[in-house]
Design a binder for this molecule. Structure first.
Ligand SMILES: Nc1ncnc2c1ncn2[C@@H]1O[C@H](COP(=O)(O)OP(=O)(O)O)[C@@H](O)[C@H]1O
Ligand SMILES: [Mg+2]
Length: 393
């Protein structure tokens, strides 16, 4: 999947922004409080709204009053244009959220529409407001000559449930179901080293969870089912973290799984609890990035923390490879070393103006573009102050 554009209205610091032509990997810079975390929270919000409902997603963020842009009544309005894969037509998802008469946040409008080619009329696969609407029942005829949409009235259990959730569980709406699965697969990282160090009850996990607490289980899964990928992770670990020869997930007598890091200099391994923060984090990232089934979208904040600056360019390249394998990658960073591994077409920066955030692209700055063409590294230019507005001063 690739998100091609994103429009946000009235969501916290984003009173009105549009990002078009979004690359497979997009890197966001900006001073503290410029909206980087909020941008990623947009994806977290949509994910939460789908998994639970709109009201729960709003409540988790302090209620509608906190979530709507200061001074605005709303509604909150998201529009995402994306391509499920390179050969499929562009799909637009529009979600508008506002309070009902009692002030409870509900879905004011939700539309999923497909457009094939520039001329074709878009088909609204679903169009809902406040729990009722219509959905197409002849999805598979879309794109056939002379086909016309056939619609059916549908009702949801509640006006704060997304129609992509309510209808996405039915066989007769395969495209809606596919879109629902895409959002379910979004990974908005909230990685905590302490959580990833802990042992886990024996079990089964294919993908690293957002906090990383299932790291031992994912390591075990990769070791058992994807030996080549796991070996590559180990090779990279021993290259990057001096002394680390092997990592094993082992079961303790009381049925828990712990990670053990083997140091080449000692006979007994160290359990995860006693290895360095950077070691745990590098191992977690490598497992995430070598996941045989990439997430359709991966959002990571400040990957540089706890890692040695010399490892960051390589890490940027690995994120790019991941993004080319089918997932899209959004990263925020404060690290010039990381940015040195990034193309200028992948760079964006956020600036706060009059209390609200605006987003600019590095490639639209002629001077920066020319200097990079002449061989300067983007991170170095940023450090020298060439990215106007992309720093605290
Ligand atoms: N409802 C809102 N309306 C306008 N601004 C908001 C709202 N809620 C939070 N903010 C602002 O958004 C900023 C949070 O930005 P954040 O995404 O955490 O920045 P970063 O991750 O770049 O440091 C804060 O400066 C806060 O003042
Ligand atoms: Mg932040």
């Amino acid at each position: 999947m690739r998100i091609e554009s994103l429009r946000i209205k009235n969501y916290k610091i984003f009173k009105e922004i549009f990002i078009g032509n979004i690359p497979n990997m997009a890197i966001f810079l900006g001073a503290n409080g410029s909206g980087k975390s909020t941008l990623f929270d947009v994806f977290g919000f949509l994910h939460d709204a789908l998994i639970d409902n709109v009201r729960a997603a709003i409540t988790k963020r302090g209620g509608f009053k906190e979530v709507v842009s200061r001074g605005e009544k709303g509604p909150i309005d998201f529009e995402i244009k994306f391509r499920p894969n390179p050969v499929e037509p562009i799909v637009t998802y529009n979600l508008i959220i506002g309070p009902d008469q009692k002030g409870i946040p509900v879905v004011k409008r939700e539309i999923l529409k497909y457009r094939r080619g520039q001329k074709g009329k878009p088909w609204h696969f679903l169009d809902f407001s406040e729990g009722a609407g219509v959905a197409i029942i002849n999805e598979n005829e879309y794109g056939l000559p002379d086909a016309e949409p056939k619609r059916e009235d549908q009702k949801l259990d509640s006006p704060d449930i997304l129609a992509i959730k309510g209808l996405g569980q039915f066989q007769k709406f395969p495209q809606i179901a596919a879109f629902r699965r895409l959002i379910e697969g979004w990974h908005v990282s909230d990685f905590h080293i302490q959580a990833a160090r802990a042992s886990q009850d024996a079990g089964y996990s294919e993908h690293l969870s957002p906090t990383g607490e299932n790291l031992p289980l994912v390591a075990q899964f990769m070791y058992e089912h994807y030996q080549d990928q796991f070996q590559e992770v180990l090779n990279k670990m021993s290259n990057r973290v001096p002394g680390v020869k092997d990592v094993k997930a082992t079961e303790t007598a009381d049925g828990r799984i712990v990670l053990q890091f083997q140091d080449g200099s000692f006979k007994d391994p160290f359990v995860a609890r006693y290895v360095s923060d950077g070691t745990i984090k590098m191992f977690a990232y490598l497992l995430l990035l070598h996941d045989p089934k990439p997430h359709p979208l991966l959002c990571i904040e400040e990957p540089e923390n706890q890692l040695h600056p010399e490892l960051l360019r390589e890490l940027a390249e690995e994120f790019r490879i991941y993004s080319e394998r089918g997932g899209q990658v959004f990263i925020s960073t404060h690290s010039p070393d990381f940015v040195n591994g990034v193309e200028i077409s992948e760079l964006f920066w956020l600036t706060k103006k009059n209390g609200f955030s605006i987003i600019q692209r590095a490639s639209e700055n002629e001077l920066v573009k020319r200097l990079v063409e002449e061989g300067d590294l983007p991170g170095a230019l940023w450090k020298q102050g060439f990215f106007e507005g992309a720093g605290p001063r």
